[in-house]
Design a protein around this ligand. Structure first.
Ligand code: 13P
Length: 249
């Protein structure tokens, strides 16, 4: 039985003051027993979230990490620093990193390995663009993104990570994939992993991301291969995010 996860990616949003209000509101939310909640604030606020959430079941993680362990890499953050402040999760390969900052699948695979080395749980983000979907390339794109990780890290790494399927055309556009559309892709992802290891495929949690709202969450989370969500915009609104958490119970 896979636990549900509701994760909130704050992206480049927030301030000390607005975060405090959001965190305080989230801490008041009742978290269902079968749901894990993780938020991903921007780096400068990670320790704020980590300290604020100490007595809460909600966990905090980082949005990115370096492939390097430390040294002369201006502007980079090492996995051991994320671990050092008590966080256990990190996003890798978000589509905004892939498309805006040139992260290739090979780099994403290295970041996945770097996270595991520091005993962080990577949330490996994959997904196709609208052009790729329209050209019926969705499965090929996901295969390439997953295969890079399998080749660099080995299939066993999928027992230590979380996958987030985020169709790029659904991110920040208000266009959620229908539950059936998302389920079809999640089933494909699980089948693809099962070709290498059926046991790992049955256990790996696969989240859906892309314009998840309280109104769409329940139908998505009820799908057999959807194990929760990676939420962007709606994670910045305590009422909306709390309702999404409830929808996962
Ligand atoms: P939105 O929920 O704003 O579409 O963002 C999704 C996302 O990119 C989460 O990582």
């Amino acid at each position: 039985m896979r636990r549900k996860i509701v994760a909130g990616n704050w992206k480049m949003n927030g301030s000390l003051k607005s975060n405090e209000a959001l965190l305080d509101a989230l801490k008041k939310a009742s978290i269902p027993n079968n749901v894990d909640v993780i938020i991903f604030p921007p780096y400068p606020y990670l320790i704020q979230a980590q300290m604020n959430l100490q007595s809460s079941a909600i966990k905090a993680g980082a949005q990115n990490l370096s492939i390097s362990e430390g040294g002369a890499f201006t502007g980079e953050i090492a996995g051991n620093m994320i671990k050092d402040i008590g966080c256990n999760y990190v996003l890798v390969g978000h589509s905004e990193r892939r498309t805006l900052y040139g992260e290739t699948s090979a780099i994403v695979a290295q970041k996945t390995a770097a996270a595991i080395t520091q005993q962080l749980t990577p949330v490996l983000c994959i997904g196709e663009t609208l052009a790729e979907r329209e050209a019926e390339q969705t499965q090929n794109v996901l295969t390439e993104q997953l295969q890079a990780v399998i080749e660099h890290c080995g299939i066993e790494i999928f027992s230590k990570l979380i996958i987030a399927y985020e169709p790029v055309w659904a991110i920040g556009t208000g266009k959620t994939a229908s539950p059936e559309q998302a389920q079809a892709v999640h089933a494909f992802i699980r089948c693809f992993i099962a070709k290498s290891d059926a046991k790992i495929a049955a256990l790996v949690q696969v989240l859906y991301g892309g314009s998840v709202k309280a109104s769409s969450a329940k139908a998505l989370f009820e799908m057999p291969d959807i194990d929760g969500g990676l939420v962007g915009g709606a994670a910045l609104d305590a009422t909306e995010f709390t309702a999404i958490i409830s929808a996962a119970s």
